[in-house]
Design a protein around this ligand. Structure first.
Ligand code: PXG
Length: 308
């Protein structure tokens, strides 16, 4: 009798099932998740978010991300009927339910439902927690370094409190800045603030290395104070490097020994060219590479387990 064992069943769907996500108290398939057209997040970008990562079954900097989310909610006057502990547990539960150990997870909260600006007419904050694919820079960019351009889109008002909140609404500016960088064929766009000082990249913070010391713009430059930025500052300080928050101009970046960007998705990535100038010798610097190794060792060992 002929053997009928099939190596590949072409009728079997090869598409992975849609991930499960949390939406307003329920666990649903992501492709079935629906939001109202009068959601204030959709109508006005009236909400806040966090991008979080898990490595090897542990959520990296979970407490810090949840703390920043609740700080953002406090600033925009949204009172969530969900405690930070419930938020942490729900994030871990969604990762568990999807059997995801290495993942990106996006937490988005909007003010809720209502048409019209008056927040008194808006009720029931929307809470969405969804795992997603990471949009990372290609691996080769970590070895060769990023080519960055200064874009004309600026951080609107560096001294205003709004720009320091991780609000959904402010990202139109960052998206336009990313368009500019793409159009110029660069890997990333550097944004200045209204005073002309260096602020940040479209979704990453900026560091330079000068004389063995790390320099990065302060919160008052209108940046989002990244959780990766804080982790890198802590790792570098513990390794004996000086770290200083200081207002920087393009002159400082053009003449730096080394430079790199930090962010949840990017982790740490060397920046080797800015506006057609080489930074240092145009290759990832030794201190940058050493800190990248230390950072990766930390993400591989630290974090809050997704298991109960
Ligand atoms: N600046 C800006 C403007 C950002 O949006 C950072 C700096 C780095 O912050 P963290 O805390 O990640 O080190 C960010 C982070 C997303 C997404 O879903 C956005 C970010 C990070 C991850 C995902 O689009 N922005």
């Amino acid at each position: 009798m002929a053997r009928t064992k099939k190596l590949i069943d072409i009728d079997e769907p090869q598409v992975p099932p849609a991930p499960l996500m949390y939406l307003n108290g329920e666990v649903v398939h992501a492709h079935e998740a629906k939001l109202s057209v009068i959601d204030h997040g959709f109508l006005y970008g009236d909400g806040v978010f966090e991008g979080i990562r898990a490595y090897g079954g542990r959520v990296w900097k979970l407490d810090e991300h949840v703390a920043r989310l609740y700080k953002s909610l406090k600033v925009i006057l949204v009172d969530l009927p969900m405690t930070p502990q419930e938020m942490r547990d729900t994030i871990r539960m969604i990762l568990r339910r999807n059997h995801l150990t290495d993942a990106y997870i996006r937490v988005t909260v909007s003010r809720g439902l209502g048409l019209g600006l008056d927040p008194r007419g808006v009720s029931n904050p929307t809470v969405a927690i969804m795992p997603s694919k990471l949009s990372l820079y290609p691996e080769e960019m970590y070895e060769k370094g990023l080519n960055v351009v200064t874009v004309s889109t600026r951080i609107p008002t560096a001294d205003a409190w709004e720009v320091r909140v991780k609000s959904t609404g402010k990202y139109l500016n960052n998206i336009m800045a990313k368009f500019e960088a793409n159009r110029m064929g660069a890997g990333e766009g550097l944004m200045l603030n209204s005073a002309g000082c260096v602020a940040e990249a479209t979704g990453d913070n900026v560091f330079i290395v000068v004389g063995g010391k790390l320099l990065t713009p302060p919160g008052s430059a209108g940046i989002l104070e990244g959780i990766t930025r804080a982790a890198v500052m802590e790792i570098a300080t513990a390794a004996g490097y000086g770290v200083e928050e200081r207002n920087l101009t393009l002159f400082d970046l053009y003449t730096a020994d080394e430079a790199f960007l930090t962010g949840t998705a990017a982790e740490m990535i060397p920046m080797v060219r800015l506006d057609d100038r080489k930074i240092g010798n145009g290759k990832p610097g030794p201190i940058t590479n050493k800190l990248i190794r230390m950072f990766r060792a930390r993400t591989a060992s630290d974090g809050v387990s997704i298991e109960d």
